[in-house]
Every structure is written in C-alpha cells, then in structure tokens.
Design a protein around this ligand. Structure first.
Ligand code: ADX
Length: 178
C-alpha cells in the first residue's frame, strides 16, 4: 500500500486539531490503514519542546513534523498532521520530502480569522490583542494562505463529522482507504 500524509494547516482555533483527531479516529475504526496523529499542540509538548514562535523555530517545528510524517508514509502508513504551519516555503519543502516516498495531501482549514477569534477557545487571541503574546499568527505574525491545497475547509457553522466526511470522501476517491 502507498503511504500518505494528510497535512492540515490553518489558524489557531480554525478547527484543524478537532477535525484531524476525528479523522484519525475514523481511519482507525473504519479502514484497514494504520494512522499516526501529529497534532500541533502535542508535538510542541515533547518533540518540539523549547521551540519559540519565531519563524526559524516554526520552520524547524514543521520540518520535524514533516520528518516523522515522511517516515510513517515511507512505511505505508497514514500520517495526519495538524500544526498552524503558516509559512508556504516550509510547507512545500515537506510536500517534497513526503512526495518522494508516498503521497501528500494539504488540507487548508480556511476558517476566517474573525471566527477563530470569536471562538477564542484558549483565550490567546484576547491576550495577543492586548500585546501579551508576541508573534501571534493572524494578529502580529503572518499566515500565508496556501494556493496548493488539495482540500479547502471552512468549519464555520459546520459539525465536525461533516468536515471529516469531506476529507474522508477525498481519501476514498483516491483509493487510500481500501
Ligand atoms: S506552528 O506555527 O509552529 O505551526 P503550532 O501548531 O506548533 O504552530 O502551535 C500553535 C499553537 O501554539 C496554537 O494553537 C496556540 O495554542 C499556541 N501558541 C502559543 N503562542 C503562539 C503564537 N505566538 N502564535 C501562534 N500560536 C501560538
């Protein structure tokens, strides 16, 4: 079987972790594929512990995630990644590395900033607006919108399951879930 990396990118609070986790669970339960979830917050607790949110450290964080995802992909598994990954160049670099050993699917979780900020589940946008968090993505640090995404997903007003259905359908159509 051909390995594949499903790489979610989007703002904090866009819903990417929630959808990625639910997708990984569904793949685990309803397909024959083995799945590895690399969530942004979780990766930063161990694999990328100590890194800041400077561009250099974010790029290193994404390269580490990409490295693990490429290994999973090389061995025929499904890697589901969900970091913000705001910078286009390093996203393309990971696409290239994974693409050399399997397939790469970019999912842009395109929930607008206004909606992410309205949700503000971790209270970080409020802090960032008060100037208490420097380099906060969408507020004081850029998010480069991908123009190479295979799937674009706005989670505004939508159930998690509906969003998962969309990604699932794409994977099924391309023969990844057999
Ligand atoms: S990335 O830019 O390197 O891809 P990553 O996904 O690992 O980011 O981490 C993002 C999470 O870290 C956010 O969901 C948020 O909870 C937290 N965070 C803390 N500081 C920042 C910041 N300055 N910018 C963005 N997210 C931050």
């Amino acid at each position: 079987v051909r390995g594949v990396t499903v790489f979610f990118t989007g703002l904090s609070g866009s819903g990417k972790s929630t959808v990625a986790k639910a997708l990984a669970e569904r793949i685990d339960e309803d397909s024959t594929r083995t799945v590895t979830l690399l969530d942004g917050d979780e990766v930063r607790r161990l694999l990328s512990a100590g890194l800041t949110f400077s561009r250099e450290d974010r790029d290193l964080n994404i390269r580490r995630i990409g490295y693990v995802a490429a290994e999973v992909t090389r061995h025929g598994g499904v890697a589901v990644c969900a970091p913000i990954a705001p910078f286009d160049a390093v996203r393309r670099e990971v696409r290239g590395r994974v693409g050399a050993v399997g397939d790469f699917i970019l999912v842009h979780v395109a929930t607008p900033l206004e909606e992410c900020e309205r949700r503000d589940r971790k209270g970080l946008y409020a802090k960032a607006r008060r100037g208490e968090i420097p380099d906060f993505t969408g507020i004081s640090s850029p998010y480069e919108t991908p123009d190479d995404a295979e799937i674009r997903l706005d989670t505004t007003g939508r159930e998690v399951d509906e969003c998962v259905d969309e990604v699932w359908a794409h994977l099924e159509r391309h023969g990844y879930l057999g």
